[in-house]
Write a protein that binds this ligand. Structure first.
Ligand code: 5AD
Ligand code: SF4
Length: 440
């Protein structure tokens, strides 16, 4: 067998896609390796969401290209969102052999074959309206054997004005629920104890729409939760405009559905949200948070925030800060706005907040979140949580780490517990990033 090294950037969806690609390649005589030096094929699965994500990959491609000096037969390919967005440019600027967009992974063996035969570069980047890779059993890469991602839908049609994803991942489509449940059951049988159902906007998941046997996202969550009480279920990501009360009720009803919701706010200002084409106001967002808190006891909440979007005033920025304070997020992903060509914002609005000012606002947001995370963690000191043990702590071999239902990492002395087991852990101390505890 030949060896393929796959490096993955970007979202969890990309991680799930790399596992689909590894599976396709395994059936075509390629085995995955973690050692780049023994690879016959290097694939990089890429993200276009911000300019710096693309710059990082371009630097890596130059490094990969230099490996050809010692290995003339080495093939290099780009997958994912940059492949879809840049296509020919990657061949011309970065000397890659194959460029394959998110809906064309089944073409990889053919493209490789042609590239080897003819010593030319090949591109396949046509977006599909129905590809979900439903029949492919992913080959787990870098796995802890405990937690896994399952892709349940692809694409996005929300067209948030700043976002490149609708252009790189195409139309929204849902995967056959039977194949999702089959994959979750199979993972459980193999010893996995947590699955995260993935989609760009999971609340739009729909199968057999309008028919008696229609399955929406809440129903799908329920079906997966029923596989076993020992299988934890998570999901990502929800759009605030369509997270439903039915879903919140389902989360509350099943102990093994984790009490954690990632609900990207982006901005706390209604004016900015309108320009971002988010389709909700500050008040709408607050109502959703209230519904979460009223329905689900002790639910962890995290978010995404963009600093310095087009024409954002200091008042808009302050509304973001006050919303953060009001919600009391447990954690957040926070970014400077990065203009992406072809998006609605790039066409309609000027990227007019200077980089220095964006960064100043971002730092203010990060600083506030550090305090909120610390406050949230301090409230957990003294509490007992059920933790699913995921691995050995980086700090010491004698310590393990896992997560509680609210998605917080807890580190503790291992005693006689093992990875993959559940443990009751009492939190004894914390930092803003981590809880520390002891097994009880
Ligand atoms: N600039 C900065 N952040 C962005 N995101 C998406 N597009 C951009 C952009 N152009 C952020 C959003 C989204 C997360 C995945 O990335 O916050 O929720
Ligand atoms: Fe990045 Fe978005 Fe593509 Fe995921 S879908 S890789 S976050 S651009």
């Amino acid at each position: 067998m030949k060896k393929v090294y796959i490096e993955t950037y970007g979202c969890q969806m990309n991680q799930a896609d790399s596992e689909v690609v590894a599976s396709i390649l395994k059936n075509n005589n390629y085995e995955a390796t973690n050692d780049i030096l023994e690879a016959d094929l290097i694939l990089v699965n890429t993200c276009s969401i911000r300019e710096n994500a693309e710059q990082r990959v371009k630097k890596r491609l130059i490094e990969f290209d230099s490996l050809r000096k010692k290995k003339s037969w080495l093939k290099i390919g780009v997958l994912g969102c940059m492949a879809e967005r840049l296509q020919k440019q990657l061949v011309e600027e970065c000397n890659v052999d194959i460029v394959v967009g998110p809906d064309s992974y089944r073409d990889i063996p053919y493209l490789l074959n042609e590239a080897e035969k003819n010593n030319k570069s090949y591109i396949s980047a046509i977006l599909s309206e129905d590809e979900t890779y439903a029949d492919i059993t992913p080959v787990k890469l870098d796995t802890n054997g405990v937690t896994a991602f399952i892709s349940i839908m692809r694409g996005c049609e929300n067209f948030c004005s700043y976002c490149v994803v609708p252009y790189t991942r195409g139309k929204e489509r849902s995967r056959d629920p039977q194949t999702i449940i089959g994959e979750a059951q199979d993972l459980f049988n193999k010893g996995y104890r947590e699955v995260t159902l993935l989609g760009q906007n999971v609340n739009s998941y729909i199968w057999n729409k309008g028919q008696v046997n229609e399955i929406n996202f809440a129903k799908l969550m329920e079906l997966v939760a029923k596989i076993s009480p020992l299988l934890r279920v998570r999901f990502s990501t929800s759009h605030p405009k369509d997270i439903s009360q039915e879903l919140l009720d389902t989360i509350a009803k099943y102990d093994n559905i984790c009490k954690f919701i990632h609900l990207p706010m982006q901005s706390g200002s209604t004016a900015m949200l309108k320009k971002m084409n988010r389709k909700y106001t500050r008040e709408d967002y607050m109502n959703k948070i209230t519904a979460i808190k009223n329905t689900i006891k002790d639910c962890g909440i995290s978010t995404d925030i963009i600093a310095g979007f087009c024409s954002e005033t200091i008042e808009d920025h302050k509304e973001t800060l006050s919303m953060m304070e009001w919600v009391g997020y447990d954690s957040a992903f926070m970014f400077n706005y990065s203009q992406r060509s072809n998006t609605l914002a790039a066409k309609k609005y000027e990227d007019d907040i200077p980089y220095k000012e964006k960064t100043r606002r971002l730092e203010e947001i990060i600083e506030l979140q550090r305090r909120l995370s610390l406050e949230s963690n301090q409230k957990d000191v003294g509490k007992i949580f059920e933790v699913l043990i995921e691995g050995v702590s980086k700090r010491s071999k004698e310590q393990l780490f896992g997560r509680n239902s609210q998605n917080k990492v807890i580190i503790f002395d291992k005693k006689d517990t093992k990875i993959g087991e559940y443990a009751q852990v009492k939190v004894t101390s914390c930092t803003s990033a981590t809880l520390f505890g002891e097994i009880i």
